[in-house]
Design a protein around this ligand. Structure first.
Ligand code: PRP
Ligand code: URA
Ligand code: MG
Length: 209
């Protein structure tokens, strides 16, 4: 069964408030999404394996811990997921970056795939699929289907704001995928937007309508 982690760290919650505010402009919105993504990456990497190496400190020889070199991949769901990539790479710069392009049809709310590019060693990597919004869940489910179809076996999903409907469907469809959320909101409205949410994440990141 998938685990659902809601990050209640005060810095994440504080920054998210300003991301949500309608009068936050594109520049500040993008910077805040970047910062929250770094903070979430700090939490999500908590269980990365370590190994010990021998080093010389100015005082003596010692054994000390370094990352064991697990192969990681970050996969933003285009477009809005792009806003989270740099923030994550600040902490795990060696991760490879794949892309899955999906948009949600505004009438049917069904996801439409238009692009996929993943690292070649898909089955050996641990992937973090990122998108600021998990609304109906259709997009995240399709993105993960796309990765699994190409051989991915180790996947986490990370988003800023989720609706309960999306979390329920995603964890039902992909029980092996743990979900990491900055805030679990109240519901979806009749247009499929998260309430209270933050509006259209892609439009707010890139200044489009
Ligand atoms: O959970 P769902 O109901 O599927 O909705 C969530 C999706 O909708 C938004 O993308 P959008 O279609 O606006 O594309 P964009 O990133 O290009 O703006 C958002 O960034 C998610 O990808
Ligand atoms: O609230 C929502 C729902 C889907 N996509 C968004 O960008 N925002
Ligand atoms: Mg959008």
């Amino acid at each position: 069964m998938a685990k659902v982690h809601v990050f209640d760290h005060p810095l994440i919650q504080h920054k998210l408030t300003f991301i949500r505010k309608a009068d936050t402009g594109t520049k500040e919105f993008r910077e805040l999404v970047d910062e929250v993504s770094t903070l979430m990456a700090f939490e999500i990497t908590r269980e990365l394996p370590l190994t010990e190496i021998n080093i010389q400190t100015p005082v003596c020889e010692a054994t000390s811990k370094v990352l064991a070199g697990k192969k990681l991949g970050v996969v933003p769901i285009l477009r809005a997921g792009i806003g989270m990539v740099e923030g994550i790479l600040k902490l795990i710069p060696a991760a490879k970056v794949g892309h899955v392009g999906l948009y949600r049809d505004p009438e049917t709310l069904k996801p439409v795939e238009y692009y996929v590019k993943l690292p070649s060693d898909v089955s050996e990597r641990e992937f973090i699929v990122v998108d600021p919004m998990l609304a109906t869940g259709g997009t995240a489910i399709e993105a993960i289907n796309s990765l699994k179809k190409r051989g991915a076996v180790n996947i986490k999903f990370m988003c800023l704001v989720a609706a309960p409907e999306g979390v329920e469907l995603l964890t039902k469809e992909h029980p092996d995928v743990d979900v990491y959320i900055a805030a679990l909101d109240e519901k979806l409205n009749d247009k499929g937007y998260i309430v209270p949410g933050l509006g259209d994440a892609g439009d707010r990141l890139f200044g489009t309508k």
